[in-house]
Design a protein around this ligand. Structure first.
Ligand code: PBG
Ligand code: ZN
Length: 325
């Protein structure tokens, strides 16, 4: 029925009417907050390109975790910056490494919080690549798989509630699944960065994690932003290999991918609202050009509307504050 019988504005007339017909609701329960953990004592170092984000030494996590938990945020995603980086990423599977220590600590004082650990080699390699580099400077997929599985097992041993491989090597989900099962961690879920694009939006993260590749790019393992059919294949393979949750990353420039993945598989789907997406809003807000809170809320809502069940975001704490009000 056309105008004048139909007038869409009738249901926009008041706040309560608008709420009644609201189609998408963002909830604190959907959010995961990323955290950077470093070695040392008493450290809380601001990440310059990400205002409001800090690197924490393990002993400084308690207060931050308490705040996250009291806001009702269900989980954190941990990234570690080790003391020593080498070509074989040895610190990544050190039983007493920075992440392993952090997980133990957090589970001690806040057992209810879901602790998810990022599994990748780039924070631990001196060359900054996500896999082991051969003498001819190519990435050795299958050798990297072994190290990633070892890293995942040490995370689980420390008490990690969920393993999140972000390396983009072929076969890593199945390999990590087998290793976890063998070591008695059949109950620990895997959230795979299944469709992870080679994106300029990661630049501030590489600042925060000190993980920019020393040579070349990540194009031989991360996905071409031009591709969506490939994302479907990547997600399908990860599900076949045992991924409990699949992820699309970044989020904002890839809303179509989130939607397609959710509609195709109906699998629990996460989206990573990455560092650059956060920093763009922060920078524009600092210039006084936009309303930060309104934009942040709109962005997170759009990711949910596209089909994400879970949103990993540096804005999670701010969003939780808004949502709890
Ligand atoms: C490491 C990793 C990256 C991010 C998450 N895990 C960086 C990269 O691949 O370069 C990006 C997160 C962000 O930008 O917020 N593999
Ligand atoms: Zn990596």
């Amino acid at each position: 029925m056309a105008f004048p019988a139909t007038r869409l504005r009738r249901l926009r007339a008041s706040r309560s009417l608008r709420n009644l017909v609201k189609e998408t609701v963002l909830s604190v329960d959907d959010l995961i907050y990323p955290l950077f953990v470093i070695h040392g004592k008493g450290k809380k170092i601001p990440v310059e390109s990400m205002p409001g984000v800090f690197q924490f030494s393990v002993d400084m996590l308690k207060e931050e975790i308490k705040q996250i938990h009291s806001l009702g945020i269900p989980g954190v995603l941990l990234f570690g910056i080790p003391e020593i980086k080498d070509s074989m990423a040895s610190s990544a599977h050190d039983k007493n490494g920075v992440i392993q220590q952090a997980v133990k600590k957090i589970k001690e004082f806040c057992p209810e919080l879901t602790v998810i650990t990022d599994v990748c080699l780039c924070e631990y390699t001196d060359h900054g690549h996500c896999g082991i580099v051969d003498p001819d400077k190519t990435i050795n997929n299958d050798l990297s798989l072994e190290l990633l599985a070892r890293q995942a097992v040490t995370h689980a041993m420390a008490g990690s509630d969920m393993i999140a491989p972000s390396d983009m090597m072929d076969g890593r989900v199945g390999n990590i699944r087998r290793a976890l099962d063998l070591e008695g961690f059949a109950g620990i879920p895997i959230m795979s960065y299944s469709a992870k694009y080679c994106s300029g939006f990661y630049a501030p993260f590489r600042d925060a994690a000190d993980s920019a590749p020393a040579f070349g790019s990540r194009k031989t393992y991360q996905m071409d932003p031009a591709n969506v059919s490939e994302a479907i294949r990547a997600v399908r393979l990860d599900i076949e290999e045992g991924a409990d949750i699949v992820m699309v990353k970044p989020a904002l420039a890839y809303l179509d991918v989130i939607k397609t993945v959710k509609e195709t598989f109906g699998h629990p789907t996460a989206a990573f609202n990455v560092s650059g997406e956060y920093s763009l809003i922060k920078a524009a807000a600092a210039m006084g050009w936009i309303d930060e809170k309104a934009l942040q809320a709109e962005v997170l809502l759009s990711i949910k509307r596209a089909g994400a069940d879970i949103i990993i975001s540096y804005a999670a704490k701010d969003a939780a504050q808004m949502l709890n009000r």
